[in-house]
Design a protein around this ligand. Structure first.
Ligand code: ZN
Length: 390
């Protein structure tokens, strides 16, 4: 895989781990995803297959500490805001051409900036679309993504719930509102790059763009940095976020909250927050896709003679009719009492009947049962008729 692909691909995001995750965390995340997304488990699901490929690709790099290091360094080199301008052919010969450049080759040794996974290609296209670049405001580096987790009760997960999440992460500085400049002052446009954060340099047939060293690629200069955040515009803060979990969420799902991640430096856009949802098992209900499942204890007599039994659903109890002659283990369906579906409706409640055998019978019941067995035999019923060649 080329360096260019490395720059375009966010392997950490593919595995749902932070960029400082331990090797052990990476291994765990990969195992879980590989299991969930494996083609055998998702026959005919092209999206899952695609994800499975990305996950495998990400793991191949991140699981190898040496490769991971190389990947990190490559990305660090290009992720700094200053390289957002990328490169462009200059002079007559190349305009309008479709020559492909390998960023790795062009910039291999020139890394600057201090980490973070910027929106490199977004920045490139953004700038490219605005001719005469000088007046462009630089796009500072987007904040990092955060991942956190929460555990829900089974019923909340099925019906949907709103949960408060407390998390501590870099947030916009309250003193300077993220600008990084002392209140009452404001950053000024960098005179060297006119705010673009990049300067052009000619070398042979190509015009290179590289981060402006005056403003370190940010496009602006802060003369009096904010004292509380020392000019970064960011400070660690604990905040509470309300997360609305949609009905029917499955154990292990990830919810993305755009813009709720780490604040970007000097007012740059925030990263995203990913919430991994775990679901506690329920004492009564289980789940099979959009259906809820439940095992209903019944007596032999109820199955033979038929009966109407009260069963719990997520909203109240319903009477379930057991037809006469129902076999033990049969699944009865209560329509529409399952998991709410996206776009309306709900799955079903699947009730498996299971005979409960009394462990102790009083004399009267024992006598009656003996009488019953005799009558059953006299009536010609043989439970093992046709069984095992009998
Ligand atoms: Zn500040």
């Amino acid at each position: 895989m080329s360096q260019r692909e490395w720059i375009e691909k966010d392997f950490y995001k593919d595995l749902g781990v932070s960029s400082d995750a331990s090797q052990e965390d990476i291994k765990k995340a990969y195992r879980k995803l590989a299991r969930d997304l494996h083609p055998d488990a998702n026959p005919g699901d092209a999206a899952a297959e695609e994800r499975f490929k990305s996950v495998s690709e990400a793991n191949a790099v991140l699981s190898d500490p040496a490769k991971r290091k190389e990947y990190d360094e490559t990305r660090r080199m290009f992720a700094s805001g200053g390289y957002g301008g990328g490169f462009q052919p200059s002079g007559g010969g190349f305009s309008g051409g479709s020559t492909t450049f390998d960023l790795g080759d062009l910039f291999g040794g020139g890394g600057a900036g201090d980490g973070g996974l910027g929106d490199l290609f977004g920045g490139l296209f953004n700038r490219g679309a605005t001719p005469g670049g000088g007046a462009n405001r630089s796009r500072p580096r987007r904040g990092g993504d955060i991942e956190t987790e929460t555990t829900l009760d089974f019923r909340d997960a099925v019906q949907g719930v709103t949960v408060p999440l407390r998390l501590t992460s870099p947030a916009p500085c309250t003193t300077c509102h993220g600008s990084g400049a002392e209140p009452g002052t404001s950053p000024r446009v960098c005179p060297q790059c006119n705010g673009s954060g990049i300067v052009s340099r000619n070398q042979g047939a190509f015009g290179f763009s590289e981060p402006c060293d005056e403003c370190r690629g940010s496009g602006s200069i802060i003369d009096s940095p904010c004292r509380d955040c020392r000019g970064s515009g960011v400070q660690e803060r604990t905040r509470t976020i309300t997360v609305r979990v949609p009905p029917g969420i499955k154990d292990g799902s990830r919810i993305r909250l755009a813009g709720q991640g780490e604040a970007g430096l000097r007012g740059a856009p925030s990263g995203d927050l990913f919430v991994v949802v775990h679901v506690r098992p329920d004492r009564v209900f289980g789940r099979d896709g959009d259906n809820l499942t439940l095992v209903l204890p019944v007596s032999y007599g109820e199955l033979v003679l038929g009966s109407t039994v009260s069963v719990p659903t997520l909203d109240g109890r319903v009477g379930l009719k057991i037809p006469a002659g129902t076999a033990d283990g049969r699944v009865l369906r209560v329509r529409g009492r399952g998991v709410p579906k996206r776009g309306g409706g709900a799955g079903d409640l699947l009730v498996t009947v299971k005979v409960a055998i009394p462990q102790k019978l009083d004399e009267q019941a024992t006598e009656a049962l003996r009488d019953y067995l005799r009558a059953e035999e006299a009536g010609g019923f043989d439970p093992r008729e046709g069984w095992a060649g009998a």
